[in-house]
Design a protein around this ligand. Structure first.
Ligand SMILES: C[S@@+](CC[C@H](N)C(=O)[O-])C[C@H]1O[C@@H](n2cnc3c(N)ncnc32)[C@H](O)[C@@H]1O
Length: 377
């Protein structure tokens, strides 16, 4: 397998130079080491295409020591930009659009943001793509206005017809977060559409969406199969993002409640429900722990809980309310096996862990996704 030319400097793919089979073996061993105390760990499901799988990439812009414009990735845990011209795990079209935008920036002399003095304009570029071949470009500026806005947008569209929408996002804070809170649509509808598990989903700039274009349907199918739905269940999709898991499961459940704390994602989830003509789902903008606590206080009955928390895992309020409500089945989708282990230790007092299924969503990196199913004793 070819080695990435950025491997030595970039730090993004820690499994560079390791054959894909070996990467899977390492991940399997890591999950066994952490989780085999709870039950049997199934063989990891590898990604059918471990290269060019990312449907979202964030590039940062700045200056090198000679004040020459550079762009690429931040070195992990730093604000040093490692120049990257092409990323081996990014969707090929994303690499092409990135190259084209770099040329345009040079040609138009677009002002670049300098983090050291917090001055200038273009700070980051985020590119999203979907299975339908639609692409979204998010231009993140450190300034309130976008330098040469009309010309910039015109040129991006001229050379990249697959770009269906362009967003201007303002991020003028000293922060490691890429996006600021304000988005303005410069071109198109402000979102792009993906097809996944037979449904359509809209993707907007500020909502979470799974990044592996080949493996997300495998992850969702694994999670929903683990829930073993019969059509009669009341199901909660906790940390639901744009409602993807809940909406795919809705066809096999009686009623789905999705809860999510990001307003943009909840708005997308509601629109996704309409887009797919699904009538038995409802999405709530709320902290998942608070929502579960309220349900537990009202002694609400739920049959199945699917939870997909961020890397930090769930909090005590969420887990305690879960125990109080005691759904017969819990499916835990986790992107961090360390917090998964911590949360399973708590849940294991009341639940048996029936399935531990690692799914490789992030080839060439050390990140591991795991789906666990738990049955109430
Ligand atoms: C790993 S993502 C999963 C999203 C979705 N299940 C999917 O597959 O696209 C985690 C989601 O949890 C949301 N989140 C983070 N903390 C939360 C909280 N305390 N309450 C509710 N949602 C939260 C994030 O905004 C994000 O959308």
């Amino acid at each position: 397998m070819k080695k990435c030319p950025n491997a030595q400097y970039c730090g993004g793919c820690s499994y560079q130079g390791i054959a894909y089979d070996k990467q899977l073996k390492i991940k399997q061993e890591r999950i066994e080491e952490l989780l085999s105390g709870f039950g049997n760990v199934s063989k990891i499901i590898g990604c059918k295409q471990p290269l060019n799988y990312r449907n979202k990439v964030q590039f940062s812009f700045g200056y090198d020591e000679d004040h020459k414009v550079i762009s690429g990735y931040y070195l992990p845990k730093s604000h040093m930009i490692v120049p990257v011209k092409e990323c081996m795990i990014a969707d090929e079209k994303i690499n092409q659009i990135y190259a084209s935008i770099r040329k345009i920036i040079n040609r138009l002399h677009i002002s670049i943001f300098d983090e050291r003095v917090m001055k200038g304009c273009l700070r980051h570029l985020v590119i999203h793509g979907t299975s339908l071949g639609e692409y979204m470009v998010v231009l993140v500026s450190g300034s309130a206005t976008l330098h040469k806005k009309e010309e910039f947008v015109k040129e991006i569209l001229k050379y990249n017809p697959e770009v269906k929408t362009i967003i201007h996002n303002i991020n003028n804070k000293r922060t490691s977060t890429i996006l600021g809170s304000r988005n303005t649509v410069l071109y198109g509808k402000g979102y792009i559409t993906d097809e996944l598990c037979g449904l359509s989903f809209r993707i907007s700039a500020s909502s979470f969406y799974q990044v592996n274009r080949f493996q997300t349907s495998v992850l969702y199918e694994t999670a929903i199969k683990a829930a073993a739905l019969t059509g009669n269940e009341t199901l909660i999709d906790a940390y639901c993002g744009t409602g993807t898991i809940g909406l795919v499961a809705a066809n096999s459940a009686k009623k789905v409640f999705g809860v999510e704390s990001n307003a943009s994602a909840v708005k997308d989830a509601k629109l996704n429900m309409k887009l797919n003509q699904i009538e038995n789902a409802q999405f709530i903008l709320e902290d998942a722990g608070k929502y579960m606590d309220d349900l537990a206080k009202r002694k609400t009955h739920i049959d199945v809980l699917i939870m997909d928390p961020p890397r930090a895992g769930s909090d005590q309020r969420f887990l305690k309310s879960l125990i109080e409500m005691a759904p017969a089945k819990v499916v835990y989708v986790s992107c961090n096996p360390v917090t998964l282990k911590r949360d399973l230790q708590f849940l294991n007092r009341y639940y048996d862990v029936k399935m531990i299924q690692p799914v490789d969503m992030f080839p060439f990196t050390d990140h591991i996704e795991t789906v666990c199913s738990l049955y109430h004793r």
